[in-house]
Design a protein around this ligand. Sequence first.
Ligand code: HEC
Length: 112
Amino acid sequence: MYLSWPHNRLALLLSLCFINTAPAFAQNPPQDRQKELRNMLKHDCGSCHGLTLKGGLGPSLLAKDLANKPDDYLLDTIQNGRKGTAMPPWKPFITEQETRWFIQTLLRQQHD
Ligand code: HEC
């Protein structure tokens, strides 16, 4: 046989890895855009939520404070803003996919 058993096994393992990681990659904006988004988080969101996101005019966006809030609720707040409050809608500037990336980035942040 051309492909011996261990090779087949390796190919199977590799394809499984690819299947598992592909969707995660698909959700992330390109590197350049991630840089822009990180800047935006610091300067735009930071102007109200604090440069270190610990809170200011807007509430804290630290991982520990967002952890128990549903993703869809955070998504809606960021995309559409909160009427009657200072939180503006970000829909004109960031797509839904980018907003999800924002939320994941906030949730993964480490703070002391
Ligand atoms: C002009 C000020 C301002 C800016 C800029 C701003 N926010 Fe807000 N944000 C607020 C305020 C005020 C609230 C609280 C609204 C309320 O009282 O319900 C809020 C609420 C939120 C919440 C909900 C938090 C919670 O615990 O329920 C999230 C998430 C959020 N902002 C994310 C962002 C992100 C991400 C950005 C940048 C893209 C941003 N905000 C920029 C003022 C701002």
